[in-house]
Write a protein of this length. Sequence first.
Length: 132
Amino acid sequence: MFHKVKHLPICCEALIALARARFLLWTGPLACAAAQHTIGFSLCTSLKPNKIAWAITRIAPLIPRSTCLVRAIAAHDLLTRHGHASTIHIGVAKSEANAFEAHAWVECNGVILVGRTDTQYTPLLNWSAATQ
């Protein structure tokens, strides 16, 4: 899963954030899941956004039903906790079979960190720390 012991703390934080996001989405509405950040708990000091995105992407397969929304909420939580402004976007698109598709992704400093895809989604909802 991770090649170096130095990755263990951020991978543990990602695992906790993903499990927490999954649980909050399972038990309550989206607004509650996206708004509730863990307070002050961190195994690492000042992580860069790309390291947080790497950890979420690596650890997400360990969480059952870790959808793009679960990943986006967990990434947003970790980014906020480590002092990085980020925005969760939820958008829609038509699939090749003309079906309706939804997707969630996270941007930080104008860069998509989690949820990058080749499909062009029309944003319906943007959620950032400033809107909470």
